[in-house]
Design a protein around this ligand. Structure first.
Ligand SMILES: [Fe+2]
Length: 368
């Protein structure tokens, strides 16, 4: 006969083997306040899934938070003390919207279900007393849906990564055309997203500004190097050719549907607040927000970088210039904000790669 100690050892070994066998399986969280129901539910799913349990909604939320990477599906009773099942699933949905939720409920609660379907993003409800086969089928279908959604998100993430790496390579290839503009597009993008973020621009706008920043000068690919890299002042004719780059940039990206919303920021980044810019002489708030942001970032970087025709200006002088041109060349409010955050801009200028990974929305999306 085995003594208590041996039983414990065997039990741990058994659990270890079991855990190893199921390490590639899904984890489900079962929440029920009645111990007998909890045991029955555990028996129903034992060996098929890794099981976590909680005896009330609060405990369930804590378990969910602590195991958010592992849990694929939740089965919750409705009638529970402390927190009702629908309330628990609603809160769980805020924490983990992709996790599948199944509610166990009595027939009398059927009215609650309709409301719960939307509020909790409920996948299915199962009436109590439940039929184990019916519940197993519901859980299996839920797990299948979870896998489908997960694989779709992975594909979307891959596509986003491909898109991001492509536009970043294109922008680096452009910068490489002229050694004096090496890193220009990335720095313009960096200053633009810092300014936009400090202005509390919404997330989708940040992503759009970032893409526009990376591609704003893409039309320079069509400008002859004799003009692009000319050490001296451009002639009037050469300046006309140079100015065509913003329209060329727009033409190049307008053929890509995904970049449609980025076009205005790219096309108008050389417009001026007073209407004396190009290509369309837009003025004031007629100039798209992204273009007004990029215009400041672009000018700051042009001033603080060494070019073929002059050496770099000091950061403080460039900031004074931005301030001087507020209301004439630049949107006065945006220019004022840029001046206010000049400490961050200076630090970003000295360490662009580090600041870029900290501020970039696109980078965060593909690395999270
Ligand atoms: Fe430009």
């Amino acid at each position: 006969m085995l003594n208590v100690k041996s039983d414990l050892i065997l039990n741990s070994v058994g659990e270890l083997i079991c855990a190893q066998q199921m390490q590639n399986e899904h984890t489900i969280l079962i929440v029920d306040d009645e111990i007998n129901n909890l045991q029955l539910l555990k028996r129903t799913f034992r060996g098929k899934y890794r099981i976590l349990t909680a005896s009330n909604g609060l405990e369930g939320l804590e378990t969910l938070k602590n195991n958010i990477q592992d849990i694929s599906l939740i089965v919750s009773d409705h009638k529970m003390p402390i927190m009702e099942g629908t309330k628990f699933l609603e809160e769980a949905n805020n924490i983990a919207p992709d996790v599948i939720k199944i509610l166990l409920t009595g027939f009398a609660d059927i009215d609650i279900i309709t409301d719960a379907v939307n509020k909790c993003n409920l996948f299915q409800y199962v009436l109590k007393p439940f039929d184990p086969d019916e519940l197993q089928e519901a859980v299996k279908n839920g797990i299948d849906k979870f896998d489908l959604v997960s694989s779709k998100s992975l594909i979307l993430k891959d596509l986003k990564e491909l898109f991001y790496k492509t536009i970043k390579s294109i922008s680096s290839a452009l910068d490489a055309k002229d050694p004096y503009t090496h890193g220009h597009s990335l720095r313009v993008t960096l200053y633009s997203i810092i300014l936009a973020k400090e202005l509390n621009a919404p997330e989708d706008q940040l992503e759009m500004i970032e893409t526009a920043g990376l591609l704003h000068d893409i039309g320079k690919i069509a400008i002859p190097e004799s003009i692009l890299c000319k050490p001296g002042k451009l002639t009037d004719e050469e300046f006309v050719v140079m100015k065509s780059h913003s329209l060329n940039s727009e033409k190049l990206i307008s053929s890509i549907k995904k970049l449609n919303e980025v076009s205005p920021g790219v096309k108008h980044h050389h417009e001026r607040w007073d209407g004396r810019g190009y290509p369309d002489h837009l003025a004031g708030e007629d100039i798209p927000f992204a273009a007004r942001i990029i215009a400041i970032a672009d000018t700051y970087d042009a001033m603080t970088s060494t070019r073929s025709y002059r050496t770099a200006l000091d950061h403080d002088i460039a900031i004074q210039e931005i301030q001087k041109c507020a209301g004439a060349q630049f949107d006065p409010n945006l220019a004022q904000k840029f001046v206010e955050i000049e400490g961050i801009i200076r630090a970003a200028k000295d360490n662009p790669e580090e600041f870029y990974t900290r501020y970039s929305t696109l980078y965060k999306e593909i690395t999270r």
